[in-house]
Design a binder for this molecule. Structure first.
Ligand code: SAM
Length: 295
């Protein structure tokens, strides 16, 4: 039988353990997707959600990159940080651009490389200009050769919300963008979390200020950055906004799949149309800001 002194000691130890665990949870680190690469591929890009995301990004980025190429009279140098499966970067490479693809996760880039191997085989494209770097973006500076460390376009899609210190990535962009370069910044929209939970009636979750998704598997980031904050960083770093779009402005909010919702092509067509219209675009699950440096 335990004495009351032993019980008190045990309770104290439990409290210390709990406090250590909380401290560890509070220490934020960048989130590698190594352990959830398969889950991410299936969940995010295995269906219509991913098709909508790619359709909006393709429209926004390819129109701008085509104009920029015409203006510069040469293919662009493009960097994708936290690229994951790197679909857009790979497509830009098939258009003849010179592309550098980076991710902290080797498993994610392995999947992207398998896709490139398949494209090479199917389309007989032998010479895609792609360089791969598996490392945190913070280590890229040392790996890029001095003469090739500036880019005309840097893409950072769904990375901000997984970084321990998201604001710091702006300094990296400053260092590696050409004077008239452009930034394609896509990030999770925290307003969409609230709105979706309002629609779904998850009021308890909205009342719980300590709510944290279980990030071992969940793809809902616990540290999203609000649009206003991103806009203030862009202003402080002397960018002007070229365009803004919302990604999935209605698809995720429709619990009832009726009418046009049963036709994936129609959903993509409507998502594209409303992605750039006020006020709908601000409810996108993700926001895309294309911003250029003040030359
Ligand atoms: C949500 S995924 C987005 C992937 C892709 N950009 C997309 O939009 O589909 C976030 C990616 O960022 C990567 N990542 C996290 N921290 C990073 C860092 N410090 N440097 C480079 N990549 C990082 C993860 O491994 C993961 O592949």
């Amino acid at each position: 039988m335990q004495t009351s002194h032993e019980n008190t000691k045990k309770n104290e130890n439990q409290l210390i353990d709990a406090s250590k665990a909380t401290q560890q949870e509070d220490i934020r680190t960048d989130r590698s997707f190594d352990a959830i690469a398969d889950h991410f591929e299936k969940k995010v890009y295995g269906g219509l959600k991913g098709d909508i995301r790619l359709a909006v990004l393709r429209r926004d980025i390819f129109e701008y990159s085509t104009q920029m190429r015409r203006k510069l009279g040469r293919p662009l140098r493009i960097l994708d940080v936290g690229a994951g499966l790197a679909q857009i970067a790979i497509e830009l490479a098939t258009q003849g651009h010179s592309v550098v693809i980076n991710d902290i996760s080797a498993n994610m880039l392995e999947k992207a490389q398998a896709r490139v191997a398949q494209i090479d085989k199917d389309w007989d494209l032998k010479d895609l200009d792609i360089t791969w770097y598996v490392c945190p973006y913070q280590a890229l500076q040392d790996k890029l050769a001095k003469d090739t460390n500036k880019f005309d376009l840097i893409m950072s899609h769904a990375l901000l919300e997984w970084l321990a210190e998201p604001a710091k990535v702006m300094d990296f962009f400053d260092q590696h963008l050409t004077d008239d370069g452009a930034l394609s910044l896509c990030f999770y929209n925290p307003a969409s979390f609230d709105y979706r939970n309002l629609i779904m009636g998850n009021f308890n979750l909205l009342d719980n200020t300590d709510y944290k998704a279980d990030n071992k598997k969940s793809l809902t980031p616990n540290h999203p950055v609000a649009k206003e904050e991103v806009e203030s960083w862009l202003a402080a770093h002397h960018y002007h906004v070229v365009l803004t779009s919302g990604l999935r402005v209605f698809h995720d909010y429709a619990p009832l799949k009726r009418g046009g919702h049963n036709d994936p092509d129609a959903v993509i067509r409507m998502e594209l149309r409303y992605s750039q219209l006020e006020p709908y675009k601000w409810l996108g699950r993700y926001l895309h800001i294309l911003a250029a440096r003040h030359a």
